[in-house]
Design a protein around this ligand. Sequence first.
Ligand code: NAP
Length: 236
Amino acid sequence: MQKVAIVTGANRGLGFETCRQLAKRDIQVILTSRDEAQGKAAVEKLQAEGLEVVSHPLDVTSAESIEHLTQFIRNQFGRLDILVNNAGIARDPLGDPESSIFNTKVSTIHETMETNLHGPLLLCQALIPLMKEHQYGRVVNVSSGAGQLSDMNTGFPAYRMSKTALNALTRIFANELEGTNILVNSVCPGWVRTDMGGPNATRSVEQGVETIVWLATLPDDGPTSGFFRDRQPIDW
Ligand SMILES: NC(=O)c1ccc[n+]([C@@H]2O[C@H](COP(=O)([O-])OP(=O)(O)OC[C@H]3O[C@@H](n4cnc5c(N)ncnc54)[C@H](OP(=O)(O)O)[C@@H]3O)[C@@H](O)[C@H]2O)c1
């Protein structure tokens, strides 16, 4: 049976490359993006490479949008095997006044949490039940070293807190799913040359998605409840 994967925020950056790499492994990929036209354009690029990818709109901050996607997956494929919670925003980057905790607005924390934490929460709640129906699932939460409590620092506080919270989400879901063959992990892709990472980042998108794809395709005896970079466990 061909596996079905969904990747959020996949019209560009790490999400787009994750779709490419999963499709190359003969997985049916649903590339989602909040702008429908951008999603379609991204899918056309991958289809031109001979890859099996379909697009579907998804704004991870909208419960209605998540409900539409869930219905689409049910009707079209009847199963879901892989969920990559990749969509993310950083509204308080270095150089921005809000990058100091003394200036951080609660509204910025709210907005960041909505996308980086509440979105993955709602998607897990909606889609893991589908995984349970076939006793198989791989959930990859694209986090960041910026969320590591062991290395917590100043700079972009709203983003940092959202990724720390996302890591907590990973642990909580993984704990409730123990023994179900649904493996839930967090990943730090490293500093990657995307719109978010900027042109000076040290890694290419291909390098950035390597561990994301590994976690998305773990064997049944693979790890769960972990936080990984370069396929190695890292501190929370
Ligand atoms: N790049 C790095 O160095 C780095 C390092 C550590 C972690 N990460 C994490 O990796 C993930 C991907 O980052 P990236 O570098 O590829 O960033 P990016 O190039 O800025 O892409 C972010 C993606 O998220 C989407 N998105 C934002 N809000 C959304 C929403 N409400 N609903 C659906 N999609 C939404 C964007 O869609 P639009 O095009 O519509 O805005 C875009 O497709 C993020 O979670 C980020 O925190 C990145």
